[in-house]
Design a protein around this ligand. Structure first.
Ligand SMILES: *[C@@H]1O[C@H](CO)[C@@H](O)[C@H](O)[C@H]1NC(C)=O
Ligand SMILES: *[C@@H]1O[C@H](CO)[C@@H](O)[C@H](O)[C@H]1NC(C)=O
Ligand SMILES: *[C@@H]1O[C@H](CO)[C@@H](O)[C@H](O)[C@H]1NC(C)=O
Ligand SMILES: *[C@@H]1O[C@H](CO)[C@@H](O)[C@H](O)[C@H]1NC(C)=O
Ligand SMILES: *[C@@H]1O[C@H](CO)[C@@H](O)[C@H](O)[C@H]1NC(C)=O
Ligand SMILES: *[C@@H]1O[C@H](CO)[C@@H](O)[C@H](O)[C@H]1NC(C)=O
Length: 293
């Protein structure tokens, strides 16, 4: 092919890609605080940083202006330092209405020197109760870390600094609900959950340490924008080159990524709903009988 043709084609493909996804989304344009957000919460500098504040008057919540179906949603987060007991910082995707879908990261604070819990969950068609929890293998308050939700028609993968920590696979063909038909907005919030978050609610928020601040940076939704039901087939299409998330290499984790996942789960997982036989009275959710990754 002539050079010019290749160039024109490359430009054409990147134009399609830009239509479907964007890079380095500016918080000013991509997110807004929901009413009642703490007045101290703010978008900072050139719009690359967002600070959530919790004090004894209010917490804070921001949400994306756009909704998405499939792709990769990245956020760098530096959690509340010091005594964060009783506080929860959340970063999640959710559709609205009844039978909603939701994919969650929640960070449960702790007293100084004790570990946060990285709490994950997923709701499919309104059904949740699919929690897995982990201790971080690093201090999540010392620096920003990369929390990415990767979501395509075959699986959802939760990544921390590019290590997969959890997978939820699509078994829709076997009657198990999967988030594949509802666009989801991106939300982040910081709130008082001291009735359950830290040591099951034993550690309360110490308000003398208030205000509490969680810092978010470099929100990057490289994802398919939801434009209504037409997106259900468009965003899952394997023939559209802009839909990089449907490429075969993202179908299932490869050998190296599976090794990383196993390392995290063997060493840092502290709760898995699929092993909580008591809670489900022996009637385990159906996906627990399927290969999980
Ligand atoms: C910000 O604070 C002012 C004064 O306390 C209050 O009237 C207003 O409702 C607050 N705004 C939000 C978004 O909470
Ligand atoms: C939600 O969970 C309940 C209890 O496990 C089950 O009976 C129901 O079929 C589920 N609904 C969907 C849409 O998966
Ligand atoms: C964050 O992690 C995702 C998933 O591994 C990766 O694709 C992305 O490049 C990372 N972003 C940054 C800024 O490191
Ligand atoms: C807080 O620290 C205690 C004691 O080390 C630990 O049991 C708990 O899992 C930690 N995290 C939370 C969120 O409670
Ligand atoms: C709350 O924090 C203050 C300041 O660090 C400390 O003096 C006080 O003992 C703490 N209160 C409780 C109940 O731990
Ligand atoms: C399991 O049994 C307990 C006590 O009988 C009940 O409260 C609970 O709702 C049951 N859980 C499920 C998932 O059926």
């Amino acid at each position: 092919m002539a050079r010019l043709q290749v160039l024109v084609m490359a430009l054409f493909i990147s134009a399609i890609a830009l239509d479907q996804s964007f890079v380095n989304a500016n918080f000013y344009q991509s997110m807004y605080f929901t009413p009642g957000a703490n007045n101290g919460s703010s978008i900072v500098g050139m719009g690359n940083d967002l600070h959530l504040v919790l004090d004894n008057k209010a917490g804070s919540r921001a949400q994306s202006t756009k909704a998405f179906l499939f792709g990769s949603i990245e956020m760098l987060i530096k959690l509340v330092p010091g005594n964060s007991a009783g506080s929860v910082t959340a970063y999640y995707l959710s559709s609205s209405g009844s039978n909603h879908d939701e994919i969650d990261y929640e960070f449960l604070g702790n007293v100084s020197g004790q570990p946060y819990i990285i709490h994950t969950n997923i709701y499919t068609q309104g059904n949740g109760s699919k929690e897995q929890q982990f201790y971080p293998w690093f201090d999540p308050t010392a620096d920003f870390h990369n929390y990415t939700i990767h979501w395509n028609p075959t699986e959802v993968v939760w990544y921390v600094d590019s290590l997969p920590i959890r997978v939820f696979r699509n078994y829709e063909s076997e009657g198990i609900a999967y988030p594949s038909k509802q666009g989801m907005n991106v939300y982040t919030s910081l709130w008082n959950a001291d009735n359950w978050a830290t040591r099951g609610g034993l550690e309360k928020i110490n308000w003398t340490c208030s205000p509490f601040t969680a810092k978010l940076r470099q929100f990057r939704p490289r994802a398919c924008e939801w434009k209504g039901p037409v997106s259900i087939s468009q965003c899952a299409s394997q023939t559209n080159p802009a839909n990089w998330w449907t490429s075969p290499i993202y179908k299932l984790l490869g050998y190296a990524k599976l090794g990383q996942l196993k390392w995290v789960q063997d060493n840092y997982m502290i709760y898995d709903y699929c092993k909580d036989y008591k809670r489900f009275n022996g009637t385990m959710p159906p996906e627990c009988f399927k290969p999980q990754f």
